[in-house]
Design a binder for this molecule. Sequence first.
Ligand code: ATP
Ligand code: MG
Length: 298
Amino acid sequence: MADQAATLRELRKNSVSPDKAGSTEGYPALNAGNATRIISITSGKGGVGKTNIAANLAYMLAGMRQKTMVLDADVGLANIDVILGVNAPYNLYHVLKGEKTLAQIIIEGPGGIKILPSASGIPEMTELSRGQKLTLIDDLNEFSETIDYMLVDTGAGISSNVMYFNMAAKEIIVVTSPEPTALTDAYALIKVLYQRYAKRRFRLLVNMVKSPSEAKDVYERLSHATDHFLNLTIEYLGHVLFDEKLRDAVRRQKPMAEIYPNSPATRCLVKIAEKICSELPIDDENSPVKFFWESVIK
Ligand SMILES: Nc1ncnc2c1ncn2[C@@H]1O[C@H](COP(=O)(O)OP(=O)(O)OP(=O)(O)O)[C@@H](O)[C@H]1O
Ligand SMILES: [Mg+2]
């Protein structure tokens, strides 16, 4: 068990400048065929831990020598830049208005992760001409294709702003806490994404649990409901224990995985990052990146 910290340290070595070619020892070289994995991290209820999970998973994936970017698609207060203690003064809106280039708004976070602040995003985009949109889509594609993982930190709920991103992402991680209201909201979110947006694959991450069995119990309850009422089977991705160290890391504006590499929640997230990293990406002829940005910026 001690050895999660050592593993993490080991994984972090050589990660300063993750090099795609031949550097993913032990993990598939995901980007060899342009297969950027786009994973949205979403929830029905707010405050269940999406931003912290996205930040720490990104940090860990970068430690596994995967080029990782977080798209901050949330408009809340505790944005990823605040959690990670970096300053993101500009966002896509400034690119849309022609005040900044894409390269000027993307910032570098701890461990070499990139952060793309989207801010309030979508509505403004409807004012753009088709030509402006195509240029923006091209720029976003070009940049995103150099990335192995793009984690999309969405807002909570079923507003259209959240749905755009979930609809466009190929993989969806639904985060819930064991609270009954979080669970019913997770169900409502899955139902809308399935029935209205034809999404079929959902993976559940249960956060802030006291034990692995509590998380399994939450999964059983939710999957029973989706099986029974929607005829849809959801997958279990894993759990993250409730951990004061995570709150402390937020206060200190550092990734928990960096300053508490051996804390209970870090250990849970290492397992999840390894699970994600060891999978083969979903086979798809379409470029996920192109599909993603074209869907988001219609
Ligand atoms: N495993 C955990 N143990 C203890 N506290 C946690 C854990 N996960 C998250 N928290 C705490 O819960 C709060 C909400 O976390 P976070 O901001 O990541 O949630 P969110 O889902 O992104 O919220 P929002 O919906 O507002 O964007 C934070 O104060 C964070 O420190
Ligand atoms: Mg958040």
